[in-house]
Design a protein around this ligand. Structure first.
Ligand code: AMP
Ligand code: GLY
Length: 431
């Protein structure tokens, strides 16, 4: 299909990532109507919400036919790994997002490690195991520190960075005793890498990969990077460690061989390729791939994107990215995640949130993640609840603006980290 105007778009998902995508899609002059399933109260500012079960691909396809949807944008990984891209395309519907076979880059860590080995992509040395005895022998041979990963999707919980042998053995036991369901039936054990982490994004159309920004995430729940892992408590973009030279190396050594490899395996990659990188003394090494935008990394990318997102996603869906370029503001964007008490364990639901408008009046964007409306009031309805996002000339300035807006949110049952961007702010202070 050539260029499309007057587009009806269906966005799948319900988090802060999808609210940021909806906000940016709604700014496109090409957009006629945006639908979101299931969406959230923030997304409802830009889209009509539809109560579709995204696990029911036939129902999604039927909706698309009835509403003359021109493009489906898939936010989260689960529907991609379940093959929604294939099922919609088979029904003649255009999709931004990879096929099931291409989504193995996220859906199977072992698949990605084997791809890296076959195509010479720098990553941690590894072993793949489907039984405890062999995995145990490998761990005992290599020793700690070592990293144990459930092969499949485990909602961010399947990775154990074990600093001691007993921790590594506990992690193996957890995988093989079914703690992660079928995701843990196979395990990847890998070398512990040291360096600074960065998130690197590309838009891909099967052949071309177009660099699409960098970010740094904060995975631990507490200030100073302590406490349990979360989906991400805040992010900023760009990642200072991703200089132009590092980006070039990442494209040449990691992304481009991945694109060629996937094409050679008969599963060309189209959609967002999100490379989790370790920037080591020897250069960039792949930690893992995700096949969708990061959450909350997407929020800071959307804050900085100057170009029309819908034009870019169309080009990716049509194999036309070779003709495209991407422009960003010179500013830094930073987002602070506000979470409900209890997160990342069991979050308290139902507490009332006020002050979103006051926070926006500070010049910030407030993206909704886990919110709901109850009896006319906005309430918490998940772990990560709001993403308060601001821009500035420096990370320090963006951070000041974001926290000024956070302080206008009246939600006693919520909490956030107060140190998002600390590493970059220290760098800025250091000169
Ligand atoms: P993941 O859930 O795969 O994003 O992994 C969670 C975190 O574990 C990553 O962000 C890294 O901090 C860490 N990690 C994963 N693999 C390795 C590795 N091979 N070496 C060091 N740290 C790792
Ligand atoms: N923030 C990390 C992720 O989306 O996987």
């Amino acid at each position: 299909m050539g260029e499309v105007f007057d587009m009806n778009v269906l966005l799948l998902g319900s988090g802060g990532r999808e609210h940021a995508l909806a906000w940016k899609l709604a700014a496109s002059p090409l957009l006629t109507k945006l639908y979101a399933a299931p969406g959230n109260p923030g997304i409802a500012e830009q889209a009509e919400l539809v109560a579709l079960d995204t696990a029911n691909h036939a129902a999604v396809a039927a909706f698309c036919r009835d509403m003359k949807i021109d493009l489906v944008v898939v936010g989260p990984e689960a529907p991609l790994v379940a093959g929604i891209g294939d099922d919609l395309r088979a029904a003649g519907i255009r999709v931004f997002g990879p096929s099931k076979a291409a989504a193995r880059l996220e859906g199977s860590k072992g698949f990605t490690k084997d791809l890296c080995a076959r195509f010479g992509i720098p990553t941690a040395a590894y072993g793949r195991f489907d039984n405890l005895a062999d995995a145990r022998a490998y761990v005992e041979k290599v020793g700690a520190p070592i990293v144990v990963k459930a092969d499949g999707l485990a909602a961010g919980k399947g990775v154990a960075v074990a600093m001691t042998l007993p921790e590594a053995l506990d992690a193996l036991n957890a995988c093989f005793d079914g703690s992660f369901g079928s995701a843990g039936a196979e395990v990847v054990v890998e070398e512990f890498m040291t360096g600074e982490e960065a998130s690197f994004f590309c838009l891909c159309d099967g052949t071309t990969a177009l660099p699409f920004g960098t970010a740094q995430d904060h995975k631990r729940v507490g200030d100073g990077d302590v406490g349990p892992n979360t989906g991400g408590m805040g992010a900023y973009s760009p990642a200072p460690v991703m200089t132009a030279g590092m980006t070039d190396r990442t494209m040449r050594e990691i992304v481009e061989p991945t694109m060629r490899g996937m094409a050679e395996l008969g599963s060309p990659f189209a959609g967002v390729l999100f490379a989790g990188l370790m920037i080591t003394d020897q250069g960039p090494r792949l930690i893992e791939y995700n096949t969708r935008f990061g959450d909350p990394e997407c929020q800071v990318l959307m804050m900085r994107l100057k170009d029309d997102l819908l034009v870019l996603l169309n080009a990716a869906a049509d194999g036309q990215l070779g003709h495209m370029s991407v422009r960003w503001t010179d500013e830094v964007a930073l987002t602070v995640v506000m979470a409900a008490t209890g997160y990342p364990g069991t979050p308290e639901k139902g507490s009332v949130i006020r002050g979103i408008d006051a926070a926006r009046a500070e010049g910030a964007e407030v993206f909704h993640a886990g919110t709901a409306v109850n009896a006319g009031a906005l309430v918490a309805n998940g772990g990560r609840v709001l993403n308060v996002s601001a821009t500035g000339r420096t990370v320090g300035e963006a951070r000041k603006r974001a926290y000024a807006a956070v302080d206008r949110i009246d939600w006693p049952q919520g909490f956030c980290r107060r140190d998002i961007g600390w590493r970059a702010v220290e760098r800025e202070k250091g000169g």
